[in-house]
Design a protein around this ligand. Structure first.
Ligand SMILES: C[C@H](O)[C@H](O)[C@H]1CNC2=NC(N)=NC(=O)C2=N1
Length: 104
């Protein structure tokens, strides 16, 4: 059963993500990061890769795409806040972005 991150869990799991550009969302227990790519096709390719992991892990992002930018918000609806699944998916997004040229 998934559960909300504890205070110690937050420090351990979120501090490394803050270092890669993730930030807490004002007024929500969520984290957000905007990824920028070379063009729309690369951005959409990133979203496609992420979607496969989201389905595999049954944990889905809240996101918007405008041309070459993808804004991603992660939170766990089932526990109404941040869980380890959000940190896991955030790490995966960073890794996928790193593996693609132009990801930032
Ligand atoms: C029924 C389904 O398994 C649940 O709604 C899953 C789907 N994807 C999810 N994604 C996210 N971000 N949070 C959830 O709590 C969640 N729950």
């Amino acid at each position: 059963m998934n559960e909300k991150l504890s205070d110690t869990g937050r420090k351990a799991m979120l501090d490394p993500l803050f270092a890669t550009g993730w930030a807490l969302v004002e007024g929500r227990d969520a984290i957000r990061k905007t990824f920028q790519f070379s063009d729309f096709v690369e951005a959409f390719g990133f979203m496609t890769k992420v979607a496969l992991y989201a389905e595999k892990w049954n944990h889905h992002p809240e996101w918007t795409n405008v041309y070459n930018r993808v804004e991603v918000t992660l939170t766990t609806h089932d526990v109404d806040g941040l869980s380890s699944l959000d940190a896991k998916l955030a790490r995966k997004l960073d890794a996928l972005c790193e593996a693609m040229h132009g990801g930032a």
